[in-house]
Design a protein around this ligand. Structure first.
Ligand SMILES: [Fe+2]
Length: 239
């Protein structure tokens, strides 16, 4: 079962798909790639809107898309890509932004050096007890922070996702493989925004990873993690 945990295919809600036609096109690509389930994770910025307003907008975007869905399209789940902000530590509505039916929150880190204040804040979120953290595209932060800082983040009680697209170029592939080796990566996402932007479906990501003998069982590992996340079960030896 291929589950894409990170995407922006809902129409006209963020910087992803611009309209219903494009959303259907993205879902067509997903079904051709054998994706069974996709979680819609539009961007959420707490400084710009309330969680109630965000969920209302997400519901409306889906209602617009619904009549155009085809048999064979992946099942759709709902979440958010929540940009970290210090105020989220005490934001009582934060669990509303988790992947629907679970306690898992897709958290995007700020694009800056991950200093102690930020990491302490993420730790405080993981200690709230009302949600669990899945960090979005962890490979990306290495453009802004050191591996040492990322190590500190990933040693908190949380799990990580990488983007399939990052496995396609030599330098970022090496970086992703290192993160997988360190045990930081539990699931993949496409982070699919728009058609023609060069976004890559997760099946291609798995192909690249499992070609490496060291990681030939990674697809099964990620699948099992994915099922557990959606069933809201604990992940063995992680959380
Ligand atoms: Fe994203």
């Amino acid at each position: 079962m291929l589950i894409d945990f990170h995407s922006h295919f809902l129409p006209a809600i963020d910087d992803g798909s611009r309209n219903v036609k494009e959303s259907v096109g993205i879902l067509d690509i997903m079904s051709q790639s054998g994706i069974d389930k996709i979680i819609a994770t539009p961007h959420f910025y707490c400084t710009e809107q309330t969680s109630d307003r965000f969920i209302e907008r997400r519901d409306n975007a889906f209602e617009e898309l619904k009549p155009h869905l085809k048999e064979g399209h992946p099942q759709i789940g709902f979440g958010a890509e929540v940009l970290y902000d210090h105020s989220l530590v005490n934001y009582d509505k934060l669990p509303d932004l988790c992947i629907k039916g679970t306690k898992w929150l897709l958290l995007e880190m700020p694009y800056t050096d991950l200093d102690d204040k930020i990491i302490d804040g993420v730790e405080a979120i993981t200690n709230r007890g009302d949600l669990k953290v899945l960090v979005a595209h962890i490979e990306r932060y290495l453009n802004f922070t050191s591996m040492k800082r990322l190590d500190r983040l990933m040693h908190l009680e949380l799990i990580g996702q990488i983007n399939a697209k990052s496995l396609m170029s030599f330098t970022s592939r090496r970086r992703c493989m290192k993160l997988i080796e360190k045990g930081y990566v539990q699931v993949l996402g496409s982070d699919y925004h728009r058609i023609g932007r060069g976004d890559i479906t997760i099946d291609h990501g798995f192909d690249v990873i499992t070609k490496n003998k060291k990681f030939d069982d990674f697809a099964e590992y990620a699948e099992s993690n994915g099922r557990k996340i959606l069933d809201d079960e604990p992940l063995d030896s992680i959380l």
